[in-house]
Design a binder for this molecule. Structure first.
Ligand SMILES: Cc1ncc(C[n+]2csc(CCOP(=O)(O)OP(=O)(O)O)c2C)c(N)n1
Ligand SMILES: [Mg+2]
Length: 311
């Protein structure tokens, strides 16, 4: 969580310095992300992130340079191998990862591999039509998937209360025929336990679970957002009192916290250097990864593109 917090701060600084064109901060959501991702069995499971999942990537052992490469905007998604990392590329389509996770879970059920999918999505995404369809499908087929909602209070400038009727996101699960529960998203142990149990049930063939982690986005929606336009400093201050990194730190000794900070500082230094040094992959790769074998139309586009490039 400390590595995540410090990397998140550094990513914002790098955006301000013009190294990253844009970044989506997660300050306040470290427990939700780290606790849930730590519950995965990386030999069998697979996670599907949104655009705000640096903490999940860190907890899954993904190289932060490869993850943050997406924010350098030099290539689609991150530069890590999703199959090795067991983490799909970051997905900026609101609700998008939920569909992918359900598709993956259906594959896992057919293959009998025994793994479960864990999908991230927000309180705002929970109102997206695609998400309802994905959850209903997962409920009908009893797929091995955990729907992990980070309710951070806001969908950009829209508060949860203005778009979630029925009391909670978790309450919706009943309509799809599976369990929905709320957990303190600022308590890393509680998040870990709830996710671990949900993943265990999914792998045991007991179907999906919706976990709604109640947390708060302490920073802006993105580096181009100004939250003071839609919420008060009093609200932010009150919510900062349950800062998940500080909450977790209370169960550590001063030496352990120092050790974590030293480790984080080293990771940040390495990541900054790596990100600054990243070169864009050859633009030709635009064509190489479309189909396994290129079509005639694609070859023609590639030829025309080369001609334009060389002109
Ligand atoms: C399909 C789609 N619609 C709209 C957007 C624009 N958009 C980006 S983030 C966002 C709000 C998402 O809120 P939430 O799901 O609560 O996630 P959070 O950003 O709080 O993590 C919107 C509307 C988008 N990226 N994709
Ligand atoms: Mg939100």
């Amino acid at each position: 969580m400390v590595v995540t917090r410090r990397l998140d701060e550094e990513a914002i600084a790098l955006q301000r310095q013009g190294v990253l064109p844009a970044y989506a901060p997660l300050r306040g959501q470290e427990a939700a992300q780290v606790g849930s991702a730590a519950a995965l069995d990386l030999a069998r499971d697979f996670a599907f992130p949104t655009y705000r999942e640096l903490g999940a990537a860190v907890a899954m052992g993904v190289d932060p340079v490869a993850y943050l490469a997406m924010h350098r905007n030099i290539w689609h998604g991150g530069l890590y191998d999703a199959n090795v990392a067991r983490l799909a590329p970051p997905n900026a389509v609101v609700g998008g990862p939920v569909l992918h996770a359900v598709g993956w879970a259906m594959g896992a059920q057919l293959d009998g591999t025994g793994g479960a999918a864990l999908t991230y999505f927000g309180d705002g995404a929970s109102s997206q039509g695609d998400v309802h369809e994905a959850m209903n499908f997962a409920g009908v087929y009893r797929l091995p998937v955990v729907f992990f909602c980070q309710n951070n209070g806001w969908a950009i400038s829209l508060p949860t209360a203005d778009q979630v009727a029925g009391g909670s996101v978790a309450a919706r699960a009943a309509g799809y025929g599976f369990e929905g529960l709320q957990v303190d998203g600022n308590d890393v142990t509680a998040v870990f336990e709830a996710t671990r149990q949900a993943l265990d049930r999914a792998r045991a063939g007991e179907g999906p679970t919706l976990v709604e982690a109640m947390t708060y986005r302490l920073g802006p929606h993105s580096t181009s957002d100004d939250p003071s336009r839609y919420r008060s400093p009093e609200e932010e201050r009150a919510r900062a009192e349950r800062d998940p990194v500080e909450v977790a730190g209370q169960s550590l000794s001063a030496e352990e916290v120092t050790e974590a900070e030293e480790h984080a500082a080293a990771v940040v230094a390495r990541t900054t250097e790596g990100l600054r040094g990243l070169q864009a992959p050859p633009a030709d790769e635009l064509f190489s990864f479309v189909y396994r074998a290129p079509t005639a139309a694609l070859l023609e586009q590639h030829r025309a593109w080369k001609e334009w490039q060389d002109a």
